[in-house]
Design a binder for this molecule. Structure first.
Ligand code: GLN
Length: 484
């Protein structure tokens, strides 16, 4: 049963093959058994989940239920959950219990989904390996000497090892797609503004976006049906009506025009990954899609632009952690300045401090024009590149990452090489576009994801293409041997 997708679990509950209580017990058992080695959960909410499961069973018996009532899900520890701590992977928030639920959490609760626990992540979502977490690194279930990717590494690892049938993630520069690629699952980053950011701990507000991390595109569509939509609590959330994402999954992709950016297939890309992606594209061509070469000429500027904009916004967002209102407070401060300094010094880890310093620097009076304004201009140029390409194609395809999951500690002390590994993901956030990573093959038993990028609000098309692909391939069904 633990190998089931959300769709299959929904059917199993409907036909009374299993009760929600049995289902939750099964997953909690798996979480408790494997979390010691994988470290993908910061908190497992066993009692609360069982209580909710019993309520869900009653609801189902009374006829008052939804498609996903009584089905488990893992939530990234960046989403505020009332009653359960929200750490964001940081010592700063080690004891923080939010007084309210994030909109995404509230919507999932209302839909009847049951939270199994809060997943581990890079501190404040800053990282590509999940090694910056205060709670220690997460392991990749395909090879425990390797990283699961980041920052939503706990969610990716949990779904890949089937400790949860699905999870949530957030993507500021690739944090849904890159760990999904490294762990062999499906991850969708929606269009900026499609899913509410209310109650999602802010990293870089103009880039942050929450979304589903699932086994299949079909499951991602089910989750999107729940979480997408306008929220008056988030001023950047869009009023544009949502699609019924499930309804559009079965459209034919005959005649679909796919753009292949030359810059995504150059010397930065590992040859073996290139081969996997090319095979994936052949499958899409067999389904009737047509591939054409396109140019995203400013791709190489995306990393420098992102690593100016994101730290700038982070330095501003994280100024709220001052030891006064909430979060870590140092012991026996001498005066106010000592309280600020030591609370922040003790509460933040190395990578977060690096970002705050970079961000403060690029925003400072003497450098604002040279760095921050320049980066914003490049951001516009990158958006324009996409705009031009989407005049001629329906979607863009390429790799999600330059290589497969790397070894723990391999890049930890080399931030530049860590940053460079985000080459194919960050420009999508700079432009605010939707994109999905779909399992497309393996290299030496390590998963590889293919990235599909859509025009604004085309997430239904992306899930449609991914679903058609998953109907003719089985990469998304593979489970790491140790977790079979
Ligand atoms: N790896 C990128 C960073 O470190 C992206 C993180 C994210 O998407 N949250 O900023």
């Amino acid at each position: 049963m633990y190998k089931s997708t959300l769709v299959q679990l929904s059917t199993a509950l409907e036909s009374k093959k299993i009760s929600s209580e049995e289902l939750i017990r099964l997953y909690i058992e798996r979480c408790n058994k494997h979390n010691n080695s994988l470290n993908c959960f910061i908190t497992i909410t066993e009692e609360e989940a069982l209580k909710k499961a019993r309520q869900a069973d009653k609801k189902r018996a009374s006829g008052d239920y939804n498609l996903l009532t009584g089905i488990p899900i893992a939530q990234k520890d960046i989403f505020c959950t009332s009653g359960t701590k929200t750490t964001c992977g940081s010592k700063m928030l080690d004891n923080f219990i939010a007084p309210y639920d994030a909109t995404l959490i509230k919507k999932m609760n209302n839909a009847g989904l049951i939270m199994l626990g809060k997943t581990n992540m890079d501190e404040f979502a800053m990282g590509s390996s999940n090694e910056t977490s205060f709670y220690g690194p997460v392991k990749n279930p395909w090879d425990e000497s390797r990283v699961p990717g980041g920052s939503s590494g706990g969610s990716a690892s949990a779904v890949a090892a089937r400790l949860s049938p699905a999870a949530t993630g957030t993507d500021t520069g690739g944090s849904i797609r890159q760990p999904s690629s490294f762990c062999g699952i499906t991850g969708l980053k929606p269009t900026y503004g499609r899913v509410s950011r209310y109650g999602m701990v802010a990293f870089a507000s103009s880039l942050d976006q929450g979304g589903p991390m699932t086994q299949t595109a079909e499951d991602a569509a089910l989750i999107m049906n729940i979480i997408a939509g306008f929220d008056e609590h988030d001023s950047t959330s869009t009023e544009k009506p949502t699609d019924n994402y499930t309804e559009k999954l079965n459209n034919s992709i005959k005649g679909l025009k796919i753009g292949l950016p030359k810059q995504y297939f150059d010397e930065n890309l590992d040859n073996n990954v290139a081969e996997v992606i090319e095979n994936g594209l052949k499958e899409l061509e067999k389904l009737g899609a047509k591939c054409v070469d396109v140019e995203l000429p400013h791709t190489e500027l995306s990393i420098p632009a992102y690593y100016v904009v994101a730290p700038a916004e982070c330095s501003s967002n994280l100024s709220r952690y001052d030891g006064v209102r909430f979060g870590h407070r140092c012991k026996e401060p001498k005066d106010l300045s000592d309280l600020y300094c030591r609370s922040r010094q003790e509460g933040f880890g190395k990578e977060v401090k690096r970002r705050i310093m970079t961000g403060t620097y690029v925003l400072s009076a003497g450098y604002y024009d040279a760095y921050y304004i320049k980066a914003q201009k490049i951001r516009q140029i990158i958006s324009n590149d996409f705009k031009n390409v989407f005049k001629n194609v329906d979607i863009i395809a390429g790799p999600t990452t330059t290589g497969v999951a790397f070894k723990l500690n391999e890049k930890l002390n080399d931030p530049i090489s860590m940053y460079l590994s985000d080459l194919y993901t960050v420009s999508v956030n700079l432009a605010g576009l939707p994109a999905i990573s779909v399992p497309s093959g393996f290299i030496n038993k390590l998963p590889v994801g293919m990235q599909l990028i859509g025009n604004y609000f085309q997430e239904s098309l992306l899930m449609n293409v991914a679903h058609q692909y998953q109907k003719v391939t089985d990469w998304h069904q593979k489970i790491p041997q140790a977790y079979e």
